[in-house]
Design a protein around this ligand. Structure first.
Ligand SMILES: [Zn+2]
Length: 429
């Protein structure tokens, strides 16, 4: 099956960061076959993209999709109180079907916002995987493991994490990849973290973790381990290019150097960090200088409360500038790289740019939307002016998933109704 997209303003995100006007993109199977002007190819499907920009799909590198059911259920609260009084009691009552409903809702929201791939860490992950499979999206999924030092629990958690990787890695025609998800250095024991490193190597998969989100966890780590969290992760053998470390708000310069040296991906979640008042801001210039792979995420929809990667891009740029009194840091091109090329690299996907041989995960933006006019600089418009509503069409793995703002891969209305029902039942349970 071939799909020819004609006459788009193509934001390639290739090594030269070329932007090509009136350009065609030919997709064959699940790959981009050709990018160029005036392509004459026979294709079963054609899209006239005149007046539209074509860009690589956005990659969300930190998420808890099913938490969409708890969106707006508790806001404006101190982190610990929010977790103890609102989130944990409800999560304790979550059923498998809720995770399916919440994850499918999240996929619908992400597709409508131009996100073609997402990371995820949660539980009942079979259900999250089924939702991703149904949605047409690409994802890297992990079962979140927490043992709090309990040996019996550790064995169960590791077995569950391994079982999920074995069953789902490479499924849905390779749209689903799996990883290991030790929740954090403060909820997972040293033994759990060490074993995770071994298993990730054995299965050749990624590892997702939360790292240095709050100052408290840094202070506690120093007290308990006599090490800062990044140093501790190096000691347990988790610092390498497999690792996707979310948040990284409270890092010292030496830790940035360490994360860079090991090629770690650092997922910045500016909306969540600001909403939960994590205080620290990810030191992006230092991480970039150290050659860490900086990427972007939204975090779960209960702590954001949206899954918009356009918002994440804009907030990423703004919070760096605001916190450093320096308007030159985190420029638009850099931020777009975080959300595309670097995100794909973090999740081990051959995507993130519009080039021959890359996976065909691309989105179209409607350039006639008033907020995208004029188009002096399309990269600037994408980062600073665009929003989810500007996304008109989404192609994932070579298949049209949304056309003219209508999701065609699954029944959006049914997904929304299912999530509404599940959310209402969950808060009453
Ligand atoms: Zn998280």
């Amino acid at each position: 099956m071939a799909l020819l997209i004609r006459n788009a303003l193509v934001v390639t995100q290739n090594d030269q960061r070329e932007v090509i006007p009136e350009c065609d993109v030919l997709i064959e199977g699940n790959q981009i076959a050709k990018v160029g002007k005036g392509l004459s190819a026979k294709a079963e499907q054609k899209i006239d993209a005149a007046g539209k920009a074509l860009m690589p799909g956005l990659v969300n590198t930190h998420n808890h999709m099913a938490m969409s059911l708890l969106r707006g259920y508790g806001d404006d609260m101190v982190l610990q109180e929010w977790l103890e009084k609102k989130i944990w009691p409800r999560e304790g009552k979550l059923k498998a079907g809720d995770v399916y409903a919440g994850s499918l809702l999240a996929c619908a929201e992400m597709i409508r916002g131009g996100t073609t791939a997402s990371a995820d860490m949660y539980f009942y992950m079979d259900e999250a995987a089924k939702a991703v499979e149904k949605s047409g999206m690409r994802a890297n999924l992990s079962y979140g493991m927490i043992d709090l030092g309990d040996e019996g629990k550790r064995k169960k958690e590791l077995a569950a994490g391994e079982k999920f990787v074995k069953e789902w890695n490479g499924k849905a025609g390779n749209r689903i990849a799996c990883s290991f998800g030790p929740h954090s250095p403060y909820t997972a024991s040293t033994e759990l973290l060490e074993k995770t490193g071994e298993l990730a190597k054995k299965y050749d998969v990624k590892v997702q973790i939360h790292l240095s989100e709050t100052r408290k966890e840094v202070v506690d780590c120093l007290k308990q381990r006599k090490l800062r969290p990044a140093d501790y992760l190096e000691k347990v053998g988790l610092l390498n290019a497999r690792l996707v470390a979310a948040h990284c708000c409270w890092l010292r310069k030496e830790e940035c150097g360490l994360l860079g040296k090991h090629g770690v991906s650092c997922s910045h979640n500016p909306a969540s960090n600001m909403k939960l008042a994590s205080g620290g801001v990810m030191p992006i210039p230092e991480l970039v200088q150290a050659r860490a792979n900086v990427c972007l995420g939204t975090d779960g929809p209960a702590s954001n409360n949206s899954l918009s990667m356009f918002e994440a891009m804009k907030l990423c740029a703004l919070v760096q500038k605001a916190s450093r009194w320096d308007a030159t840091v985190a420029n638009a091109q850099q931020v777009l790289d975080f959300a595309t090329r670097n995100g794909a690299k973090a999740l081990g996907m051959n995507a993130g740019s519009v080039e021959e041989g890359k996976l065909a995960d691309v989105v179209l933006l409607d350039l006639s939307s008033p907020n995208l006019v004029p188009s002096h600089n399309i990269v600037s418009n994408i980062v600073y002016a665009a929003n989810d509503g500007n996304v008109s069409d989404v192609v994932i793995d070579g298949k049209i998933v949304m056309r003219e703002r209508k999701i065609v891969a699954f029944d959006q209305k049914k997904a929304v109704e299912g999530a509404q029902k599940a959310a209402a039942a969950l808060v009453k349970r």
